[in-house]
Ligand binder design. Structure first.
Ligand code: 3PY
Ligand code: MG
Length: 251
């Protein structure tokens, strides 16, 4: 099966991603069984880092790509996530092109980046894969997605979009709304700023996606041409819990 980066390059659109902030391996299996295209193992706001090796084993077993959201400004986490066998990384809080370039460098082997090389890693199947062919394959197949969610990223957007070596941008409407001084991520102004980001990404052929949240917004942005849209397991489960109690108690 083609890697996520290759699918994006091939022009696939409308992929669905599920953010998993917990450590429960069965949720990885559930995401795969339900038909999500990839999971985001969240080590920025979730607890995924605590069980990352096991979560990545579960991803491979379930046949669903596992993308790790690292902390901002932590190239060391990019290095570890990929060595541990992640299918890619999502880098949040990017504030400048220089910062984006550092993230790309951490995730790509030379000559595209400066990722340290070892063929003993899980990512290299413990030595089964090695040599220049493996390095080129890793650079081709592992996805690097950069979040656009700060004023700095908006200010440097065109330069960020021109940076080589990464596979797409991912808009974070929650951080973006706070950066814009809005009260919620669901306001016309936030949508207008996202639309502007999208237009500029499309103008240079950069795949784009976002945290869509509810299914209706997945549909909306998918139809608008998003390469990938995400929702989160916590809001899905928490929403279902609240609805179940409300209906059962008739209140
Ligand atoms: C945001 O909305 O800020 C995000 O990072 C979504 O994951
Ligand atoms: Mg965010």
């Amino acid at each position: 099966m083609a890697g996520l980066a290759e699918r994006l390059r091939a022009g696939e659109r409308g992929l669905a991603a599920l953010f998993l902030g917990g450590t429960d391996l069965t949720l990885v299996e559930m995401a795969g069984a339900a038909g999500f295209d990839f999971v985001v193992l969240d080590a920025e706001h979730g607890m995924a880092w605590r069980e990352l090796p096991a979560l990545l084993v579960a991803c491979r077993a379930a046949g669903i790509p596992g993308i790790v959201r690292v902390l901002p400004k932590r190239p060391d986490m990019i290095h570890l996530a990929l060595d541990w066998g992640a299918d890619g990384v999502l880098v949040p809080g990017i504030e400048s092109v220089d910062e984006a370039a550092r993230a790309v460098a951490a995730g790509r082997y030379a000559p595209e980046g400066r990722r340290g090389v070892a063929f003993s890693t899980r990512g290299a199947l413990y030595g089964k894969r090695s040599g220049p062919e493996f390095l080129a394959e890793a650079n081709r197949t592992l996805a690097i997605l950069l979040q656009v969610e700060t004023q700095g990223a908006l200010d440097q957007l065109d330069a960020l979009l021109a940076l080589p070596g990464y596979d797409g941008i991912f808009v974070g409407p929650t951080d973006l709304s706070v950066a814009l001084g809005e009260q919620s991520r669901l306001t016309p102004r936030v949508d207008a700023v996202i639309e502007d980001v999208v237009r500029r990404a499309e103008a240079v052929g950069k795949p784009w996606g976002l945290f869509a949240g509810p299914a209706a917004r997945y549909k909306l942005w998918r139809e608008r041409g998003a390469a990938y849209c995400a929702t989160g397991i916590t809001s899905l489960v928490y929403g279902a819990c609240e609805a179940w109690l409300k209906e059962g108690r008739g209140a």
